[in-house]
Design a binder for this molecule. Sequence first.
Ligand SMILES: *Cc1c(COP(=O)(O)O)cnc(C)c1O
Length: 372
Amino acid sequence: MNRFIEFTAPGIAGLRPYVPGKPVSELERELGITDSIKLASNENPLGPGPRARAAVAGLLDDLARYPDGGGFELRNALAAFHGTEAGSITLGNGSNDVLDLIARTFLAPGHEAVFSEHAFAVYAICTQAVGAASRVAPAHDGSRGPRFGHDLAAMGELVGDKTRVVFIANPNNPTGTWLAKDELHAFIAGLPAHVMVVVDEAYAEYVQEDAYPDATRWLPRHPNLIVTRTFSKAHGLAALRVGYGLSHPDVAELLNRVRQPFNVNAPALAAAHAALDDREHIEKSVALNRAGMAQLTAGFEAMGLDYIPSAGNFVCVDVGRCAAEVDALLLREGCITRPVGNYGMPRHLRVTVGLEEENRRFLEALERVLEC
Ligand SMILES: *Cc1c(COP(=O)(O)O)cnc(C)c1O
């Protein structure tokens, strides 16, 4: 018997690791197939823009050097972009790293984090990893807000003396549901001062809704607010792992105490800096996403399948039966998508919006699979 399990830090023994989308190479190795498509991890099907590519290529001669541990240039560029100061920015190895820094800075055994049912899986993982408890609010049932969406009133009811962090994904992954400006701002303004509220805006660039808020605007008035953003989604840089948090400078200073000095590598710093102002690539990516979303949802409607309206670059479709089984059949067709049973949605498949050709192949495969 291995007894090490008894000696782990609180929370670790019961921790279930994050399940990532299957890499294309793994599927092709397992099935001996080629030419498969991956619509499983909300990556930008166009990849990074030309400026980010050039920045990475230009870094090849510097790989022997440690990166700038303070991320001076990127933090200054981000500060200018968001109209804030560099001291309010915390760089992360992906925004998941920032979420983890927040948990390590503000949560400990005896504390609680509040988030919604069906919320992004990393909130539960980083909470449990530091020995704190998760309080999960039921999502909307469709009567007072979008079905599967965060119910802020229900979340507010779970906030108490032990609460230190509230995680809100806007829009949320995997549901694609989003919160409007007035509702979200009222919730944040009503939180007690001992609670840090994290608004995770990983998909902000994709959202086309007029009532969708840019929560970074609220930072000057709310010192307990942290907004996270990433270069992994619309900027197409998931492989490089770079994201950031925006907060009151005193909060950023705390997060930066916990941060590993070289958590963001040099190609990532350079590519993110180059990508930040590349409006053209973002606009192209957003336009492609809008068309692809229309293509996918029209396909679902034609098949009589229900889906959750999404503001992101992915959509959850109700396949009317165990989605893990449908996923297994789709894999044989060379299509990697994401069943979301681990999110309490056993009949939904989350599909990332891909290129037109990828979306078409996926819809055709889904139709074949559901017919049999
Ligand atoms: C993808 C995602 C992230 C972050 O991913 P990183 O690659 O670590 O930046 C954060 N939040 C949500 C809701 C996501 O879907």
